[in-house]
Design a protein. Structure first.
Length: 319
């Protein structure tokens, strides 16, 4: 009979959803594990490959997740399964959607928002961070009115300056970031004429520019917070520091934890959109992303009510 390591068993049960945070912490304490002093034995190795490897063992990852994230009932949690590679997230530290190595489908699409959304099902554009837009007769100028009384999650007001900053940065760095070359091709510059007015000046007539930056078919241009990005290189900034509240967002979700094994976002009940009448709060209180465990793992997880959303299951898998 093979005896399983108790620490590994505990970790696997927690990551697999079989243990609550409270029970995990109780059993971890009984095994002599503690979040305090985790890095004490690393000494001068901090910043080295050895230190990084030691800090990201499955046991310590699970321990940190349990310590930092409060419990939410399963029935109030939506669990989605998807990742670029099987078994782990390889881009979990990238929450700037413009980075070429980032994948907006795996979390940042819930923390970054566009000026508007287009639904192909309804053939309808829903204004979001913008309230309206108007082209000049020659389509070489676009005036966008941004929505007033919108706030970033750190309390800073959202304004036309955030839109101007985002557009002008894309023009400046071009192909160094996603969608930069597309914006650079048409936009000469953008300016804020007041707190809620953006004026875009085009190199050539651009009658589809607003349609392009609006979010549709899984593409679009997200608006970044100028007050944070202005001191960073948009082509390199990861936009992640949970202690600082990064990524800040205008959306109703807050990133609580991110690691190779899971990403956790919790609903913010003080979201500005409710009072503004833009939308209702999501029904779920928590959104969890888990990496793809393979087709058989997906099927088993769906049957066991561990997963709510997944991709990649073929009909033959149920045969």
């Amino acid at each position: 009979m093979v005896r399983r390591d108790p620490v590994q068993s505990l970790t696997q049960e927690f990551i697999g959803g079989d243990l609550s945070r409270r029970e995990f912490m109780k059993r971890a304490a009984a095994l002599g594990l503690a979040t305090a002093g985790v890095g004490a034995g690393l000494g001068g190795q901090v910043g080295t490959a050895a230190a990084t490897a030691a800090a990201y063992t499955p046991e310590l990852i699970a321990l940190r997740a349990a310590a930092q994230v409060a419990e939410v009932p399963r029935e109030q949690t939506l669990v989605a399964v998807r990742s670029s590679i099987p078994g782990k997230f390889d881009e979990y530290q990238l929450w700037n959607p413009f980075l070429p190595a980032a994948n907006h489908q795996l979390g940042s699409h819930m923390t970054c928002e566009p000026l508007a959304f287009y639904s192909a099902f309804e053939d309808k554009t829903t204004m979001w961070l913008a309230e309206s837009y108007e082209y000049s007769d020659d389509y070489k100028t676009l005036t966008i009115k941004t929505r007033p009384n919108v706030t970033w999650s750190d309390g800073e007001p959202f304004s036309a300056n955030d839109v101007v900053y985002t557009f002008n940065q894309l023009v400046e760095v071009g192909s160094a970031v996603k969608w930069g070359a597309d914006v650079q091709q048409f936009l000469d510059s953008a300016e804020a004429t007041d707190e809620n007015t953006v004026v875009c000046h085009f190199k050539v007539p651009a009658p589809r520019f607003f349609d392009f930056v609006a979010y549709k078919f899984d593409i679009g241009v997200y608006i970044m917070p100028e007050h944070i990005f202005k001191d960073q290189n948009i082509a390199e900034f990861a936009f992640l520091d949970i202690e600082k509240g990064w990524p800040v967002t205008t959306g109703p979700w807050r990133l609580m934890y991110t690691g190779p094994e899971q990403k956790i976002l919790d609903r913010a009940d003080d979201w500005w959109g409710v009072e503004a009448g833009v939308g209702e709060l999501p029904a779920m209180k928590r959104f969890v992303y888990l990496p793809d465990p393979g087709e058989q793992g997906l099927i088993s997880g769906i049957i066991a009510n561990q997963y709510d959303l997944d991709t990649g299951i073929q009909p033959a898998g149920f045969a």
